[in-house]
Design a protein around this ligand. Structure first.
Ligand SMILES: [Zn+2]
Length: 218
C-alpha cells in the first residue's frame, strides 16, 4: 500500500476500529526503569536485582520519585473528597521480596504462595511503582472486601486520573496470575491509565496484547 493510499484509508476510518489498542512500541514495557514496564510471572525484571535510582519516602513507605509525586496527589484528592487513604506497602527490594515470598511458602505451600506474592525479581513492588493502600481506619486491609470500602471505591474510580491502575482486577486471575487485589495500585502514568480506563482494558497484558501469565514458566 502506498503512503497516499494508506493515508486515505486511515482518514476514512477504515482501519481504525480493528487497530490494536496501542502498539506496544509506543511504550517501553521491557526496561526495568520504564514507568510502563510490564512485570508478571512470564516477565521478570531485567536485571532481576533491579533497584530504582531514586526512591522517595511517602508516609514511611518508599516509591520512585514520579510515582511518589503522583501518589501524594492521589491521597490529597481523596482527602478532599473525604476519603483517607494510607500507604501500606510500597517499594520492596529483591531480598525483601524473597523474605516475603518465602514466608508465604512456609505458611501456605508454594502453589498458594504463588497466587499471593510474586517471586523475587517478578514483583511490581521492586519497580518502586506499586503501592498497596488501605483505609486510615484499617478496615479490610489487604482483603478483597477493601474494594467496597471508601478508599477502595475511590481508588478504583479516580486512580487513573493520577496515573494509577488496579493492577490485579477481579476476574483476571487467569491473565495476571493473581487473585483480586483492589489495594494494589500500580503507577503507569496518566496517559496510559486513562486510556486503559477509556478502552475498558482491565490489565496491562490485554492492553499490550501480551500472553496471559497465570503461572511461572517451567
Ligand atoms: Zn502489592
Amino acid at each position: 500500500m502506498t503512503g497516499a493510499v494508506a493515508g486515505l484509508v486511515l482518514s476514512l476510518g477504515l482501519i481504525a476500529p480493528s487497530v490494536p489498542a496501542v502498539a506496544a512500541t509506543n511504550y517501553d514495557i521491557d526496561s526495568a526503569s520504564s514507568q510502563q514496564v510490564v512485570v508478571n510471572k512470564h516477565r521478570a525484571l531485567n536485571p532481576a536485582s533491579y533497584v530504582p535510582a531514586t526512591l522517595v519516602r511517602v508516609q514511611g513507605e518508599r516509591l520512585r520519585a514520579e510515582a511518589a509525586d503522583a501518589y501524594k496527589q492521589l491521597a490529597k484528592a481523596a482527602k478532599a473528597d473525604g476519603v483517607n487513604i494510607m500507604p501500606i506497602s510500597g517499594y520492596r527490594s529483591f531480598s525483601q521480596q524473597a523474605s516475603l515470598y518465602d514466608s508465604y511458602v512456609r505458611q501456605y505451600g508454594q502453589t498458594t504462595a504463588d497466587t499471593l506474592a510474586a517471586r523475587p525479581g517478578h514483583s511490581e513492588h521492586q519497580t518502586g511503582l506499586a503501592m498497596d493502600i488501605g483505609n486510615a481506619s484499617g478496615t479490610c486491609a489487604l482483603q478483597a472486601c477493601f474494594a467496597s470500602t471508601p478508599a477502595g471505591q475511590w481508588a478504583a474510580e479516580h486512580g487513573p486520573e493520577h496515573g494509577f491502575i488496579i493492577r490485579y482486577p477481579a476476574g483476571a486471575e487467569d491473565i495476571t496470575g493473581y487473585t483480586y487485589e483492589p489495594w494494589h495500585l500500580r503507577y503507569v502514568g496518566k496517559a496510559l491509565a486513562l486510556d486503559m480506563q477509556t478502552r475498558q482494558m482491565a490489565t496491562l497484558e490485554q492492553y499490550f496484547e501480551l500472553e496471559a501469565a497465570p503461572d511461572y514458566l517451567p
